[in-house]
Design a protein around this ligand. Structure first.
Ligand code: 9D3
Length: 232
């Protein structure tokens, strides 16, 4: 079974919103497992200290390597094949290819940082994969871990319906999706595009492809220029 282990100073944040998604139902059905471990339980002294001031100066605090290493040693069995992922704004950007790769494997161990982050030595010593979920600033790694888990779990066998899974495959093409409409056919003076009511499946397919291409060209030139037919 695909097994996730989360190391965090805020264990109460898990499963959090995942309980309300496809991932939550799959968790209750035993299609994956989630273990959460409080890094604070490895803190030093009477106050269970987990952080200290950065060498070289600067704002904020840094999580101690010995504390983080103890948390890993206590929870990750020797020879565990799961990748150890450190969620950090310094990491490689998460994309669907990385999600697919992580979902294919035995699971993940996710280290969530707080404060200014984790001492780099334990990241190197434990050969962690550093991953970011985007170029904006969060308060810590927990929300990023929840995003990564949601993205992975929906790809596990039996979590999505077969129809959705097939659609997923065809959409890995690198285009944004076409816009969606439902009833009522007219709402506040706005009509649904007539082609969608026409019953001409080929015309619907062509219109949707045009819409997807226009949106991708306008909003995501990075994706557009990566399409095989639009390079060079
Ligand atoms: C002062 C420089 N800041 C880096 C931009 C420090 C800093 C800000 C926020 C250090 C850590 C954090 C907390 N963020 C995460 O732990 C995090 C994150 C993110 O902020 N954005 C996108 N992906 C991620 S994954 C983990």
């Amino acid at each position: 079974m695909w097994q996730a282990l989360v190391l965090t100073l805020f264990p109460e944040m898990f499963p959090g919103p995942l309980a309300f998604s496809l991932a939550g139902r799959a968790l209750r059905e035993g299609r994956w497992a989630l273990a959460v471990h409080d890094i604070r339980s490895h803190g030093k002294g009477r106050h269970r200290t987990v952080d200290d001031t950065p060498f070289g100066g600067g704002a904020g605090m840094v999580m101690r390597p010995d504390v983080v290493d103890s948390a890993i040693a206590a929870t990750v069995p020797a020879g565990d094949a799961r990748p150890l992922v450190y969620l950090t704004p310094r990491g490689r950007l998460l994309d669907q290819a990385m999600v697919r790769e992580l979902a294919r494997g035995p699971g993940v161990v996710l280290l969530c940082g707080r404060y200014e982050g984790v001492d780099q030595r334990v990241i190197e010593a434990r050969a962690m994969r550093e991953i970011s979920i985007g170029d904006y600033v969060l308060s810590g790694g927990e929300l990023a871990a929840l995003v990564l888990l949601d993205a992975c779990v929906r790809l596990l066998p039996g979590v999505m319906g077969a129809a959705e899974s097939a659609e997923e495959e065809s959409h890995a093409a690198g285009l944004l999706e076409y816009p969606q409409y439902t009833r009522p056919a007219e709402w506040q003076g706005r009509s649904v595009p007539a082609v969608l009511l026409s019953g001409h499946h080929a015309e619907v397919a062509r219109w949707r492809r045009e819409q997807a291409e226009a949106a991708t060209r306008e909003r995501r030139p990075d994706l557009w220029n990566r399409l095989p037919t639009h390079t060079g």
